[in-house]
Design a protein around this ligand. Sequence first.
Ligand code: SF4
Length: 340
Amino acid sequence: MFIPKRILFMKGSLDYQVGRQIHAYFKDNSKVEIIELGNHGIKKNIPGDDISEFYRHGKRTLVVGIRRGMKFQSCKPSAHYQLPLLSGCIGQCEYCYLNTNLGDRPYMRVNVNVDEILEQAGKNIEERLPEVTIFEGSATSDPIPVEPYTHSLKQAIQYFSKTEKGRFRFVTKYTDVDTLLDVNHGGHTEVRFTLNTDRVIQDFENGTPLMSKRIEAARKIMSADYPTGFLIAPVFLYDHWQDDYKNLLLELKDIIPKNTSYPVTFEVISHRYTPRAKNIITKIFPDTKLPMEDEERTYKYGQFGYGKYTYRKEELEEIKSFFKKEIPAVFPDGVVKYII
Ligand code: SF4
């Protein structure tokens, strides 16, 4: 669970139940600084003279605010809309896409007007009838570490359980799932866990739980009968990487329940980076050991108009053929959605 060093309550946020819950939870904790702000002033209240310091202090800051605009961003290809309950993440994964997308906003932000956000989701569902509309709860965040005191995922899960054509999904590396276990989800929320080998976690995923802890959280979620998936990402090539990823699959199989109501899904993404991301990462993590030698990679133009450095063709083929063979071997009933 995220215990912030400081919480910035934006104007009006304490008029909402989620804001009051967070305040009540931390008000007697002398290690947490509570600051009430107007409509502005977030950056002024987070110390740090350069990008790296600001990032580190930002990661220990919780901003409690109100979502003003109600036009949701699209979230192709995995969902129709982003559900803007939160943004930011407490993790410090060196390769994280948020370093680029939210570079100047590294803090965790919780939007307290959950009812209004869900009401808007209802309108979006109506507009697309009779089609199903899928909402992504983690497009710009990992929402789990604040859930024990916000309960906003719980509220969303309950909401979508009652919609005939609305679906919800989110992905996490964290383990604070206990408050979600007795929620009536109706099978309308899919929870995905991002897994990686302990070596990758130790080298690059600072401040995130070990593989065994994530698998234990997945076991709990699957026992509560949620549709569940696993994102194995980013895959890195290093000596004996096949052994480590194979062990990950075997450990997962040992721990998670058999005979679940929904097939277990897998998505596999190899490591890639944009030139812009590399530039930011090397400023925030000057000693990073992330493999980002451009000459060892292939530059590919993507569908969103900017290019990425991926592993070379033969290496990508090696990754694909490994997971294509090993996932079905360990999980004969699993569904491999894609390997890229
Ligand atoms: S846990 Fe996910 S969202 Fe958070 S820093 Fe790591 S990669 Fe980024």
